[in-house]
Design a protein around this ligand. Structure first.
Ligand code: NAG
Ligand code: NAG
Ligand code: NAG
Length: 296
Protein backbone atom coordinates (compact mmCIF):
# COMPACT_ATOMS: atom_id res chain seq x y z
CA UNK A 1 0.00 0.00 0.00
CA UNK A 2 1.49 3.31 -0.99
CA UNK A 3 0.19 6.24 0.99
CA UNK A 4 2.35 8.88 -0.55
CA UNK A 5 4.64 8.22 -3.45
CA UNK A 6 7.05 10.69 -4.93
CA UNK A 7 8.48 9.06 -8.02
CA UNK A 8 9.07 12.26 -9.89
CA UNK A 9 12.76 12.26 -9.09
CA UNK A 10 12.95 8.61 -9.99
CA UNK A 11 11.41 9.16 -13.43
CA UNK A 12 13.70 12.03 -14.11
CA UNK A 13 16.65 9.92 -13.10
CA UNK A 14 15.63 7.14 -15.49
CA UNK A 15 15.41 9.63 -18.36
CA UNK A 16 18.83 11.03 -17.51
CA UNK A 17 20.17 7.51 -17.34
CA UNK A 18 18.79 6.62 -20.78
CA UNK A 19 20.33 9.78 -22.22
CA UNK A 20 23.67 8.87 -20.72
CA UNK A 21 23.40 5.31 -21.96
CA UNK A 22 22.83 6.60 -25.48
CA UNK A 23 25.72 9.01 -25.29
CA UNK A 24 28.36 6.87 -23.67
CA UNK A 25 26.80 3.41 -23.60
CA UNK A 26 27.86 2.91 -20.04
CA UNK A 27 25.59 1.59 -17.33
CA UNK A 28 25.05 2.48 -13.68
CA UNK A 29 25.47 6.18 -14.22
CA UNK A 30 22.65 7.21 -12.02
CA UNK A 31 22.43 4.98 -8.97
CA UNK A 32 23.59 6.52 -5.76
CA UNK A 33 25.82 4.43 -3.52
CA UNK A 34 23.93 2.52 -0.84
CA UNK A 35 24.95 2.15 2.80
CA UNK A 36 23.46 -0.67 4.91
CA UNK A 37 23.11 -0.66 8.69
CA UNK A 38 22.52 -4.05 10.29
CA UNK A 39 20.23 -5.10 13.12
CA UNK A 40 20.69 -6.66 16.52
CA UNK A 41 22.59 -9.94 16.93
CA UNK A 42 23.29 -10.19 13.24
CA UNK A 43 26.25 -11.98 11.72
CA UNK A 44 28.63 -9.98 9.57
CA UNK A 45 27.24 -11.68 6.46
CA UNK A 46 23.52 -11.32 7.30
CA UNK A 47 22.84 -8.54 4.82
CA UNK A 48 24.84 -10.07 1.96
CA UNK A 49 21.71 -11.31 0.16
CA UNK A 50 20.34 -7.77 0.14
CA UNK A 51 23.68 -6.41 -1.08
CA UNK A 52 23.88 -9.00 -3.84
CA UNK A 53 20.35 -8.37 -5.02
CA UNK A 54 20.93 -4.62 -5.26
CA UNK A 55 24.03 -5.39 -7.32
CA UNK A 56 22.07 -7.66 -9.65
CA UNK A 57 19.20 -5.24 -10.21
CA UNK A 58 21.34 -2.10 -10.30
CA UNK A 59 24.68 -3.24 -11.69
CA UNK A 60 27.59 -1.08 -10.70
CA UNK A 61 25.97 0.37 -7.59
CA UNK A 62 28.47 0.76 -4.82
CA UNK A 63 26.96 -0.94 -1.75
CA UNK A 64 28.68 -0.72 1.62
CA UNK A 65 27.75 -2.61 4.75
CA UNK A 66 28.85 -0.75 7.87
CA UNK A 67 30.81 -3.77 8.99
CA UNK A 68 31.12 -3.33 12.73
CA UNK A 69 29.39 -4.17 16.03
CA UNK A 70 28.04 -7.56 15.08
CA UNK A 71 26.70 -10.24 17.40
CA UNK A 72 26.58 -9.28 21.07
CA UNK A 73 28.35 -6.01 20.32
CA UNK A 74 25.15 -4.85 18.64
CA UNK A 75 23.76 -4.61 22.19
CA UNK A 76 26.00 -1.66 22.97
CA UNK A 77 24.22 1.63 23.74
CA UNK A 78 22.84 3.13 20.54
CA UNK A 79 24.74 6.41 20.80
CA UNK A 80 27.97 4.45 21.13
CA UNK A 81 27.08 2.57 17.95
CA UNK A 82 26.22 5.79 16.16
CA UNK A 83 29.60 7.26 17.03
CA UNK A 84 31.37 4.18 15.89
CA UNK A 85 29.48 3.88 12.58
CA UNK A 86 29.96 7.56 11.91
CA UNK A 87 33.67 6.98 11.36
CA UNK A 88 32.87 4.50 8.59
CA UNK A 89 30.17 6.67 7.09
CA UNK A 90 32.02 10.00 6.92
CA UNK A 91 34.44 9.02 4.12
CA UNK A 92 31.61 7.46 2.08
CA UNK A 93 29.67 10.71 2.22
CA UNK A 94 32.75 12.70 1.35
CA UNK A 95 33.60 10.57 -1.66
CA UNK A 96 30.06 10.84 -2.97
CA UNK A 97 29.08 14.50 -3.06
CA UNK A 98 26.09 13.57 -5.23
CA UNK A 99 24.52 11.88 -2.23
CA UNK A 100 23.92 8.37 -0.96
CA UNK A 101 20.99 6.19 0.01
CA UNK A 102 20.75 4.38 3.30
CA UNK A 103 18.95 1.23 4.44
CA UNK A 104 18.66 0.35 8.12
CA UNK A 105 17.28 -3.03 9.13
CA UNK A 106 15.53 -3.49 12.48
CA UNK A 107 17.57 -1.81 15.24
CA UNK A 108 19.83 -0.62 12.41
CA UNK A 109 16.99 1.64 11.27
CA UNK A 110 17.15 3.49 14.56
CA UNK A 111 20.92 3.69 14.39
CA UNK A 112 20.62 5.01 10.83
CA UNK A 113 18.06 7.64 11.81
CA UNK A 114 20.34 8.83 14.62
CA UNK A 115 23.27 8.92 12.16
CA UNK A 116 21.22 11.11 9.85
CA UNK A 117 19.92 13.41 12.59
CA UNK A 118 23.28 13.88 14.22
CA UNK A 119 25.36 14.43 11.08
CA UNK A 120 25.46 18.02 9.89
CA UNK A 121 25.75 18.27 6.13
CA UNK A 122 24.82 14.63 5.66
CA UNK A 123 23.94 13.80 2.08
CA UNK A 124 21.53 10.92 2.57
CA UNK A 125 18.94 11.23 -0.16
CA UNK A 126 16.64 8.30 0.57
CA UNK A 127 16.48 6.50 3.90
CA UNK A 128 14.74 3.13 3.91
CA UNK A 129 13.74 1.93 7.36
CA UNK A 130 13.20 -1.82 7.08
CA UNK A 131 11.05 -3.06 9.95
CA UNK A 132 12.66 -0.84 12.55
CA UNK A 133 11.15 0.03 15.93
CA UNK A 134 11.20 3.75 15.09
CA UNK A 135 8.84 4.68 17.90
CA UNK A 136 10.17 2.13 20.37
CA UNK A 137 9.57 -1.45 21.34
CA UNK A 138 7.29 -3.01 23.96
CA UNK A 139 6.39 -6.68 23.79
CA UNK A 140 7.03 -10.14 25.15
CA UNK A 141 7.95 -11.88 21.89
CA UNK A 142 10.97 -9.69 21.57
CA UNK A 143 11.97 -10.22 25.21
CA UNK A 144 11.69 -13.99 24.87
CA UNK A 145 14.32 -13.86 22.14
CA UNK A 146 16.74 -11.31 23.56
CA UNK A 147 16.02 -11.17 27.29
CA UNK A 148 14.62 -14.53 28.37
CA UNK A 149 13.29 -14.36 31.91
CA UNK A 150 11.98 -10.82 31.49
CA UNK A 151 8.32 -9.91 30.98
CA UNK A 152 7.11 -6.68 29.49
CA UNK A 153 5.29 -5.53 32.64
CA UNK A 154 8.41 -5.33 34.74
CA UNK A 155 11.26 -5.07 32.22
CA UNK A 156 11.21 -1.27 32.61
CA UNK A 157 12.72 -1.63 36.09
CA UNK A 158 15.88 -2.94 34.49
CA UNK A 159 15.84 -0.99 31.24
CA UNK A 160 15.25 2.37 32.94
CA UNK A 161 18.30 2.04 35.15
CA UNK A 162 21.99 2.72 34.69
CA UNK A 163 22.85 -0.87 33.74
CA UNK A 164 19.72 -1.12 31.55
CA UNK A 165 20.79 1.97 29.63
CA UNK A 166 24.06 0.23 28.84
CA UNK A 167 22.05 -1.96 26.46
CA UNK A 168 20.72 -0.76 23.12
CA UNK A 169 17.31 -2.25 23.87
CA UNK A 170 17.03 -0.23 27.06
CA UNK A 171 17.56 2.87 24.93
CA UNK A 172 14.39 2.26 22.92
CA UNK A 173 12.25 0.11 25.25
CA UNK A 174 9.10 2.20 25.43
CA UNK A 175 6.79 1.08 28.23
CA UNK A 176 3.52 2.98 27.74
CA UNK A 177 2.71 2.50 31.43
CA UNK A 178 5.92 4.20 32.57
CA UNK A 179 6.33 6.94 30.06
CA UNK A 180 7.59 9.54 32.54
CA UNK A 181 10.32 7.24 33.70
CA UNK A 182 11.16 6.42 30.09
CA UNK A 183 11.48 10.09 29.21
CA UNK A 184 13.63 10.64 32.29
CA UNK A 185 15.99 7.70 31.93
CA UNK A 186 16.23 6.62 28.34
CA UNK A 187 19.32 8.11 26.79
CA UNK A 188 18.36 7.67 23.21
CA UNK A 189 14.84 7.49 21.80
CA UNK A 190 13.39 10.54 23.61
CA UNK A 191 16.42 12.47 22.37
CA UNK A 192 16.26 11.59 18.67
CA UNK A 193 12.48 12.03 18.83
CA UNK A 194 13.02 15.46 20.37
CA UNK A 195 10.57 14.50 23.10
CA UNK A 196 13.03 15.96 25.56
CA UNK A 197 15.04 19.07 24.92
CA UNK A 198 18.76 18.62 24.44
CA UNK A 199 21.44 20.97 23.11
CA UNK A 200 21.01 19.15 19.77
CA UNK A 201 17.25 19.41 19.42
CA UNK A 202 17.34 22.00 16.64
CA UNK A 203 20.16 20.24 14.84
CA UNK A 204 18.37 16.87 14.83
CA UNK A 205 15.34 18.36 13.17
CA UNK A 206 17.33 20.36 10.67
CA UNK A 207 19.32 17.32 9.59
CA UNK A 208 16.31 15.01 9.46
CA UNK A 209 14.56 17.51 7.17
CA UNK A 210 17.39 17.22 4.66
CA UNK A 211 16.10 13.78 3.69
CA UNK A 212 14.54 13.74 0.26
CA UNK A 213 12.63 10.55 0.94
CA UNK A 214 11.80 8.36 3.91
CA UNK A 215 10.53 4.86 3.15
CA UNK A 216 8.97 3.04 6.10
CA UNK A 217 8.52 -0.68 5.55
CA UNK A 218 6.82 -3.03 8.02
CA UNK A 219 4.04 -5.55 8.37
CA UNK A 220 1.63 -7.30 10.72
CA UNK A 221 3.35 -10.69 10.59
CA UNK A 222 6.73 -9.41 11.67
CA UNK A 223 6.53 -11.24 15.00
CA UNK A 224 9.31 -9.28 16.69
CA UNK A 225 8.70 -5.54 16.36
CA UNK A 226 5.95 -4.62 18.79
CA UNK A 227 3.74 -2.92 18.03
CA UNK A 228 4.62 -3.72 14.44
CA UNK A 229 3.31 -0.25 13.53
CA UNK A 230 6.35 1.17 15.27
CA UNK A 231 8.01 0.51 11.91
CA UNK A 232 5.64 3.24 10.61
CA UNK A 233 6.10 5.53 13.63
CA UNK A 234 3.01 4.16 15.35
CA UNK A 235 3.11 3.78 19.13
CA UNK A 236 1.14 2.21 21.99
CA UNK A 237 -1.05 4.45 24.13
CA UNK A 238 -1.52 3.69 27.84
CA UNK A 239 -4.15 1.04 26.95
CA UNK A 240 -1.76 -0.64 24.52
CA UNK A 241 -3.84 0.51 21.58
CA UNK A 242 -1.79 1.69 18.65
CA UNK A 243 -1.76 5.40 17.83
CA UNK A 244 -1.00 5.85 14.12
CA UNK A 245 1.85 8.17 13.15
CA UNK A 246 -0.34 11.13 12.20
CA UNK A 247 -1.94 11.16 15.67
CA UNK A 248 1.22 10.84 17.70
CA UNK A 249 2.70 13.58 19.77
CA UNK A 250 5.97 13.80 17.84
CA UNK A 251 4.07 14.07 14.57
CA UNK A 252 1.47 16.60 15.70
CA UNK A 253 4.09 18.84 17.23
CA UNK A 254 6.54 18.12 14.42
CA UNK A 255 9.21 17.67 17.07
CA UNK A 256 11.88 16.34 14.69
CA UNK A 257 10.30 17.04 11.32
CA UNK A 258 8.07 14.02 10.65
CA UNK A 259 5.00 16.14 9.88
CA UNK A 260 6.93 18.49 7.62
CA UNK A 261 8.40 15.60 5.62
CA UNK A 262 4.94 14.06 5.31
CA UNK A 263 3.38 17.33 4.14
CA UNK A 264 6.13 17.56 1.54
CA UNK A 265 5.03 14.11 0.38
CA UNK A 266 8.44 12.65 1.14
CA UNK A 267 7.27 9.79 3.34
CA UNK A 268 6.33 6.47 1.78
CA UNK A 269 4.64 4.01 4.12
CA UNK A 270 4.58 0.39 2.99
CA UNK A 271 2.73 -2.47 4.68
CA UNK A 272 3.55 -6.01 3.58
CA UNK A 273 1.79 -8.97 5.21
CA UNK A 274 3.27 -12.44 5.47
CA UNK A 275 6.86 -11.45 6.22
CA UNK A 276 8.55 -12.55 9.42
CA UNK A 277 11.12 -10.26 10.99
CA UNK A 278 14.09 -12.31 9.85
CA UNK A 279 12.89 -12.42 6.24
CA UNK A 280 12.65 -8.73 5.38
CA UNK A 281 16.19 -8.46 4.09
CA UNK A 282 16.27 -11.76 2.23
CA UNK A 283 12.84 -12.07 0.63
CA UNK A 284 13.52 -11.34 -3.03
CA UNK A 285 10.08 -9.94 -3.78
CA UNK A 286 10.33 -7.51 -0.85
CA UNK A 287 13.69 -6.33 -2.15
CA UNK A 288 12.64 -6.15 -5.81
CA UNK A 289 9.22 -4.58 -5.31
CA UNK A 290 9.69 -2.30 -2.32
CA UNK A 291 13.36 -1.48 -1.90
CA UNK A 292 14.99 -1.38 -5.35
CA UNK A 293 12.43 1.11 -6.79
CA UNK A 294 13.54 3.69 -4.20
CA UNK A 295 17.24 3.32 -4.82
CA UNK A 296 17.66 5.83 -7.59
C1 NAG B 1 11.88 12.52 36.47
O1 NAG B 1 12.94 13.38 36.82
C2 NAG B 1 12.55 14.48 37.63
C3 NAG B 1 13.76 15.39 37.81
O2 NAG B 1 14.92 14.68 38.02
C4 NAG B 1 12.01 13.94 38.95
O3 NAG B 1 11.58 15.02 39.76
C5 NAG B 1 10.84 13.03 38.67
O4 NAG B 1 10.38 12.45 39.86
C6 NAG B 1 11.23 11.94 37.70
N1 NAG B 1 10.06 11.18 37.36
C7 NAG B 1 10.08 9.86 37.27
C8 NAG B 1 8.77 9.21 36.96
O5 NAG B 1 11.08 9.20 37.43
C1 NAG C 1 3.06 20.51 21.63
O1 NAG C 1 3.94 21.52 22.09
C2 NAG C 1 3.28 22.47 22.89
C3 NAG C 1 4.29 23.58 23.17
O2 NAG C 1 5.56 23.08 23.43
C4 NAG C 1 2.77 21.81 24.16
O3 NAG C 1 2.16 22.74 24.99
C5 NAG C 1 1.79 20.73 23.77
O4 NAG C 1 1.39 20.01 24.91
C6 NAG C 1 2.41 19.77 22.78
N1 NAG C 1 1.41 18.91 22.26
C7 NAG C 1 1.49 17.61 22.34
C8 NAG C 1 0.37 16.83 21.72
O5 NAG C 1 2.43 17.07 22.90
C1 NAG D 1 8.35 -13.38 0.06
O1 NAG D 1 7.22 -12.69 0.53
C2 NAG D 1 6.03 -12.92 -0.18
C3 NAG D 1 4.96 -12.03 0.43
O2 NAG D 1 5.18 -10.70 0.07
C4 NAG D 1 5.67 -14.37 -0.11
O3 NAG D 1 4.50 -14.60 -0.88
C5 NAG D 1 6.80 -15.20 -0.63
O4 NAG D 1 6.51 -16.55 -0.46
C6 NAG D 1 8.10 -14.85 0.09
N1 NAG D 1 9.20 -15.54 -0.56
C7 NAG D 1 10.03 -16.30 0.12
C8 NAG D 1 11.12 -16.94 -0.68
O5 NAG D 1 9.94 -16.46 1.33
Amino acid sequence: MFLCTTCWDFNRCIITCILFLNLFSTSSVCYKPVVLVHGIFDKSYSLYSLMDRIGEKHPGTHVTLLDKLHGWKSMAPVWFQVKSFKKLLAPIMEENPGGINMIGFSQGGLVARALIESTNKHNVHTFISLSSPQYGQYGDDFLRIFFPGYVKESAWRFFYSKPGQMTSVGNYWRDPHHLDTFLNYSHFLPEVNNEVTTPDTIKYKRNFLKLQRLVLIGGPDDGVISPWQSSHFGVFDENEQVIPMQNTRVYKNDTFGLRTLDKQCKIVTITIPGIHHLDWHRNVSVIDDYIIPYLD
